[in-house]
Design a protein around this ligand. Structure first.
Ligand SMILES: [Zn+2]
Length: 331
């Protein structure tokens, strides 16, 4: 499995256009610290790639990634409008993960978008991106299957029987692209938080924000991508344990960071992002996992935005790391 890290910043990016916090000021002074909005590209076949989330930086992210450039295929001849980009998978409907869809209006063969039903409906009816793009290109939606993990055992109070219980069900993945042997994707629910623009619309459901489990059947390799994580559920724990590589919500270093920074009165947890450190933090859970673990979706207030910050040493001691833009991961 081949993954390209296209961006590692939370909403606003680093620097954020209207922010003068130390992180943003530092990124203006030191361009190497700049981070684009969090996104991945995953190779789904020979010169075929899917994006994970379509950010406002989509155009720059494609230009910064030669594998996503047009003309990468040898068999396209004089077809100058060929693209290796086959589609987009959405983890949620937040603006920083969906606005890039509008940048794909030039897509000659349409755009394949994979999402859960509430995310699809928010993009179609809230953002009206389908209606916006319709005169230019076709948006083809496919439903992202959801895996809620094995059902908890039910104690019926009756004597045990010798009959075997139902075996744990494994939700089959949705094949991305035309090659069924390529990459399969399944959603693991992580948050019922919907975007603010979708307040009051659609159902209350745990599939507003999901982690993606990407599996390559040919090799058995698995990656888990969770740019937002509101709760560490049993299903997420199981998916993380089985993954060769885990990308996790690194929005905030600690729970009080957003309050200290002065832009909100809500803690990280209240904003739907488990912090990295502290009693509810994700670091101590990740250190026990067998796979490689990287933080992504860093807010501009997160001290990890400074490559010289002491916090990087702590991460390294725990066997963890912060993902960086342009990173290539081969599993
Ligand atoms: Zn800032």
């Amino acid at each position: 499995m081949l993954l390209q890290v296209l961006g590692t910043a939370a909403g606003g990016g680093l620097p954020q256009w209207n922010c003068a916090c130390p992180g943003c000021t530092g990124a203006r002074a030191h361009p190497a610290r700049r981070r684009r909005h969090a996104a991945l590209a995953v190779r789904t076949g020979e010169d075929r790639w899917y994006l994970v989330n379509a950010t406002p930086d989509l155009g720059d992210q494609i230009e910064a990634t030669p594998a996503l450039h047009p003309g990468a295929r040898s068999d396209v001849g004089s077809d100058i409008r060929h693209t290796p980009l086959a589609g987009v998978v959405l983890t949620d409907a937040e603006l920083d993960h969906t606005l890039g869809l509008a940048r794909l209006r030039e897509a000659r063969d349409g755009v394949d978008v994979v999402a859960t039903p509430p995310v699809r409906d928010a993009v179609r009816e809230g953002l009206r991106l389908d209606a916006l793009l319709e005169p230019y290109t076709a948006v083809r939606w496919r439903e992202l299957p959801v895996d809620r993990g094995p059902s908890p055992a039910v104690d019926r109070g009756s004597p045990p029987t010798l009959a075997p219980g139902p075996s744990p069900t494994v939700t089959p993945g949705l094949p991305l692209g035309e090659d069924a042997a390529g990459i399969h994707v399944v959603a693991v629910p992580v948050s019922a938080k919907r975007p603010r623009y979708a307040a009051g619309t659609g159902p209350d459901t745990d599939t507003w924000s999901v982690a993606l489990r990407l599996t390559e059947p040919a090799t058995g390799r698995t990656a888990l991508y969770a740019p937002a994580l509101a709760v560490w559920s049993d299903a997420f724990e199981a998916a993380a344990r089985a993954a060769d590589c885990v990308f996790v919500d690194g929005t905030f270093w600690d729970d009080d960071e957003p309050v200290r920074a002065g832009f909100t009165t809500r803690t990280a947890t209240a904003m739907g992002h488990l912090p990295i450190t502290g009693p509810t933090g994700t670091a101590h859970r990740l250190t026990g996992l067998p796979g490689r673990c990287l933080y992504t979706h860093l807010n501009n207030t997160n001290p990890l935005g400074d490559p010289h910050a002491e916090q990087h040493k702590s991460l390294a001691e725990w066997g963890l790391e912060a993902a960086t833009d342009g990173m290539v991961i081969e599993l």
